[in-house]
Design a protein around this ligand. Structure first.
Ligand code: G1P
Length: 289
């Protein structure tokens, strides 16, 4: 069965970006001129995903508006012959069906994914975390879908992060079974450096079989007092094989300010309309330091 559906958990408060996130969902903060969540949606579209479920919460109405048609705005842009802007406005809403569900209480990533059970309806599905933006030739989630098609099992997107960073991530214990492919033996959420089985971290991209929902329903609170997707996957590994795939691409952790700034600079430099002037500015700024 091919992977057609993706889930983006987007219910968090985004406290690391306060006060910006007091009234604006963190997923709507722009990198250059696009809200971060649109980069994730575009990655999904490029990988052939046709249905998206965004798990939101109170105060996140801007997300719905962003993925909706904007008739008045589009009519004005059309009237004024602003083709490029019209294209930008329609970019995503025309290409993918976006569904929303509200998480009533924020009890962790596992709890948020459980909200996708009826949307997923027994199919393998993608989970794409909005704090992880990946730039790659082949969309990151598409790379995992390719592996899913080969193995027919849950695939976790991983990269080495260095032992000093393991306590921020789900860390896998896995052995190599092919080029870039590992078979999972265990996994632990946010381990201390001394307790980490490796420095291979799950970086916000997963293809998961629907059997995970039975596990999620039984998963008790874990790290940070939250229901962890990592713990449900460990349970799933008791009955199904799980693989990790060391995906190709540069991943930005835009959930923290440093990562967000780095993404902003790199994305601006990769834009033909901005690159030349922005580079001049950066060079001058560095010179003046
Ligand atoms: C979540 C997951 C963690 C994963 C990380 C990737 O943690 O729980 O396993 O490695 O995303 O960014 P969070 O960053 O939401 O605390």
């Amino acid at each position: 069965m091919t992977v057609r559906k993706a889930v983006i958990p987007a219910a968090g408060f985004g406290t690391r970006f306060l006060p910006a996130t007091k009234a604006v969902p963190k997923e709507m903060l722009p990198i250059v001129d696009k809200p971060t969540i649109q980069y994730i949606a575009e990655e999904a579209i490029k990988a052939g995903i046709t249905e998206l479920l965004i798990v939101t919460s109170r105060g996140k109405e801007a997300l719905m508006n962003h993925f909706d048609k904007a008739f008045e705005l589009e009519a004005v842009l059309e009237r004024d012959g602003k083709e490029e802007m019209l294209k930008a406005v329609r970019e995503v809403s025309d290409k993918i069906d976006v569904h929303f569900i509200r998480q009533q209480e924020q009890k962790g990533l596992g709890h948020a994914v459980l909200y996708a059970k009826s949307f997923v309806a027994g199919e393998p599905f993608a989970v794409m975390l909005g704090d992880d933006v990946v730039v790659s030739e082949k969309p990151c989630i598409g790379q995992l879908i390719e592996q899913y098609e080969k193995y027919g099992s849950t695939i976790l997107g991983v990269q080495k992060v260095g032992m000093e960073h393991v306590s921020k991530y789900g860390i896998v214990d896995a052995h190599s079974v092919g080029e870039r492919v590992y078979k999972l033996q265990g996994m632990v959420e946010k381990p201390k450096m001394e307790e980490a089985p490796s420095d291979m971290a799950v970086l916000g991209r997963y293809i998961i079989t629907p059997a995970v929902f039975d596990c999620l329903e039984k998963t008790p609170k874990g790290a940070g007092g939250e229901i962890q997707l990592t713990d449900a996957l460990v349970m799933l590994a008791e009955t199904e094989d799980i693989y990790a795939y060391d995906f190709e691409g540069k991943r930005y952790d835009i959930g923290n300010k440093q990562g967000f700034l780095q993404a902003t600079v790199d994305f601006a430099l990769s834009r033909p309309d901005l690159r030349s002037d922005f580079m001049k500015f950066l060079k001058q700024t560095v010179k003046n330091l």
